[in-house]
Write a protein that binds this ligand. Sequence first.
Ligand code: AMP
Ligand code: MG
Length: 400
Amino acid sequence: MLEIADARAEVLRHCKPLRTEHAALTTAALGQVLAADILADIDSPPFAKSLRDGYAVRAADCAGNCAVLQVIEEVAAGAVPTKPVGAGQATRIFTGAPLPDGADAVVMQEHATADAGAVRVIDSGVKPGQWVYARGHEMRTGDVVLSAGTPINAAAFGVLASAGKTAVVAYPFPRVGVVVTGNELVEANTRPKAGQIRNSNGPMLCAQTVRGGGLPRYLGIARDDFAITKSLLGEALDVSDVVLVAGGVSVGDHDLVPEVLKALGVTVHFRTVRVKPGKPLLFGTGPKGQLVFGLPGNPASAFVGFELFARPAIRILGGHAEPGPRTISLPLAAPLAEANDRPTYRPAQLVQGATGWTVQPLDWTGAPDLVGMQPADALLVLPAGDARADTGTLAEVVLL
Ligand code: AMP
Ligand code: MG
C-alpha cells in the first residue's frame, strides 16, 4: 500500500503533455493551454487614444487657471481627427477616439465648460499624457503577449483577439473514457429492482472530467463478467488518453478489473493507497501509454480518488505546468472530533469568518455518502490518528 505522496509521484512519472494541435478560438477552447508564444501583430492600442470624454488639448496651453481654447472639431470613437491642434486650440473628443496631432493631453469634460465654439478649462494642473492611452502602451508589434503554457482563460480570449488570432497551437483536452462496473447498477432512467442501485459514478466522473480539463466519453456499465468488462475496457483504451473505471478494483471475488486490465496489456503500478476514503485505488499504463485509474465504487471515494490522482494527470496531459490540487492552510470554523486509521480527505466548505476565510467541516457519513460530499468546495486534510482540534486551529485544505 503506497502513501499518497508516493502514489502521486508514481502517477506523475507517467504523465507527459499530449501532442499539440491547431485549435480554433471558439469558446470550446476555453481552458486549453497554449503550446506556443503569441506575438502581437500590431501595436495596441494602434493609436494614442483618449481615456475620457472631454477635450484634447496642449497641456502647456492650460498652465494658467481657466484657459479658454478654441474648439476646432469633434472626434468620436471610430472617427479620425482631420485637424492638428495648434496653440490655443482644442478638439472635442470622446473616450476611445484617436488623439489629434498637436494635442498631448485630455481634459475631462467635468473640468471644462463649453461656450460658443470655445471651451474654458477649469484645471490648472493639466500634464502631458493626462487621460491619454499611448500607442503600444498595452502591447507593441512583436511583443510576446501570451507565453506558451498559458491556460486560455476568458481574458486570454480578449488578448488573442487583440493580437488578431482566430486559431492557436494548443494542447488538446485529454480524451477520458469512463466505465463503471457492477451487476447491481442501473442508469438514472431506470427504477432499481431488488438489490439494484443507480449508477451515480458515471455522471459524476464525466462532470469531474470536464471540470478537470478533460473530454469525457461515457462507455457504460460493465457487468461483473470478465468478457463484458474486457470488451468495454478494451473499447475505452482504444479511444482514450485516460481511462477511469469505477468499482471492481478491490479484492472481492467479483472485483475483476485488475485481472481484465492485465489481460488487456495494462501494466498495473499500484493497487492500494493509504488514503480515506478510497483505499482500493489502482493505477496502470496501457500498451499505448494510456493512463488507467481504477477508482473505488463508493461514490465519495471515487470522487476523492479522481481529485487527488486523476485530475492532476489530466492536467499534465493537457499541458498545464502545475498538476494541482491547490492546497492552502485555513483556520477551522468548528471543532473537529475524529480519529482515522488513514490520512483522510473529508468534505468541507470555505466560509467567510469574522477575520477572513475559514474552513467548515461538513456532516458526512463516509465513503458511500455522496449527498454529504456534494456541497463541498474543499477537502479538509486530516492526518492518520487522532485529529481532534479546536475552532481556529490551522488545517490543510485542498481547493476543489
Ligand atoms: P466495489 O468497489 O465494486 O466493490 O463497489 C463498492 C460499493 O460502491 C458498492 O456498494 C457498490 O454498489 C457501490 N458502487 C459501485 N459502483 C457504483 C456506481 N457506479 N454508482 C454508485 N455506487 C456504486
Ligand atoms: Mg462492484
